[in-house]
Design a protein around this ligand. Structure first.
Ligand SMILES: Nc1ncnc2c1ncn2[C@@H]1O[C@H](COP(=O)(O)OP(=O)(O)O)[C@@H](O)[C@H]1O
Ligand SMILES: CC(C)(COP(=O)(O)O)[C@@H](O)C(=O)NCCC(=O)O
Ligand SMILES: [K+]
Length: 248
């Protein structure tokens, strides 16, 4: 058990800006998570001396967000994280690392340091990502598909008559017999099928999960998996420390 650091001025803020939500995680000097929240705006965290910023939202939004964060924490030193940054003990096997989503990379970095071994990482966010890292810390790549909400939205956007209210979705024990349930369970089947196939093809892998839809996925499939809601942030802590101190 990591002892809580008594000094309140060397906390690290990791910002994980995804396409749906921004996660803010506060770490003490020992790497213990003190706070982990979702918020559209910077939270009133205290004692922040370093900020590690990771975003997949796009350059223009990122620059506005960084300016807002720096205004909120004027004394803190902000470092932007990217998938081109590799902690000495790992290897990024992506053909073009500069195009790899930093959230995917940070999840992999966290898996290597926290849950070592041949690992399949399932990140069920705006998009569903399934990524693979070897026990030696070599990132192999992975798969991207739309997440649940994105698939539902694409059916509404791409058709003239698929329309329903969120409250019409719910539990269905048999075959769906309404538009809302047909869409809800149809897109679920897509995601469940993808995850089940990958689990069958990689029985040797331990499974780590994160992302807003991960609890639903884990429970529905009864997966023997580690669920870590702050996995990406923890990867950001590790990579940020490596980039600022040289130690993994
Ligand atoms: N409180 C919530 N806010 C937003 N999305 C949520 C929430 N709870 C569950 N979800 C689900 O999680 C997905 C977003 O997960 P998240 O990991 O935050 O995405 P991202 O990292 O891509 O922004 C949404 O598509 C939605 O299905
Ligand atoms: C796949 C993603 C959109 C996932 O983002 P999220 O679901 O976390 O919002 C993001 O990792 C990304 O923008 N990737 C760039 C393309 C790639 O990883 O190859
Ligand atoms: K994400």
């Amino acid at each position: 058990m990591v002892e809580k650091s008594v000094c309140v001025n060397n906390n690290v803020l990791v910002v994980d800006a995804g396409n749906t939500s921004i996660k803010w995680s506060l770490f003490n000097g020992d790497g213990e998570v003190l706070e982990h929240i979702q918020s559209a705006t910077p939270p009133a965290f205290e004692g922040v001396s370093s900020i590690f910023f990771a975003s997949v939202k796009g350059d223009q939004i990122d620059s506005h967000l960084c300016a807002e964060i720096q205004h909120h924490f004027p004394e803190a030193h902000l470092v932007k994280l990217a998938a081109t940054q590799v902690p000495g003990v790992m290897k990024n096997g992506y053909l073009h690392p500069e195009r790899l989503g930093v959230d995917r990379w940070l999840g992999i970095v966290a898996c290597h340091f926290l849950y070592p071994g041949n690992t399949m990482l399932i990140d069920a966010g705006t998009a569903l990502k399934i990524d693979f890292v070897t026990e030696n810390g070599v990132y192999l790549g992975g798969y991207i598909s739309p997440g649940l909400a994105m698939m539902r939205q694409s059916l509404v956007a791409g058709t003239g008559r698929i329309r329903f209210e969120d409250h019409e979705m719910g539990l269905c024990k048999g075959i769906p017999n309404t538009t809302a349930l047909a869409v809800q369970y149809g897109v679920s089947e897509m995601l469940l099928g993808m995850v089940e196939r990958q689990c069958r093809q990689h029985p040797e892998c331990r499974i780590v999960m994160t992302g807003g839809d991960a609890p639903w996925l884990k429970d529905l499939l009864g997966l023997d998996a580690i669920y870590d809601e702050s996995l990406v942030a923890k990867g950001g802590w590790y990579l940020g420390r490596y980039m600022t101190r040289g130690c993994p």
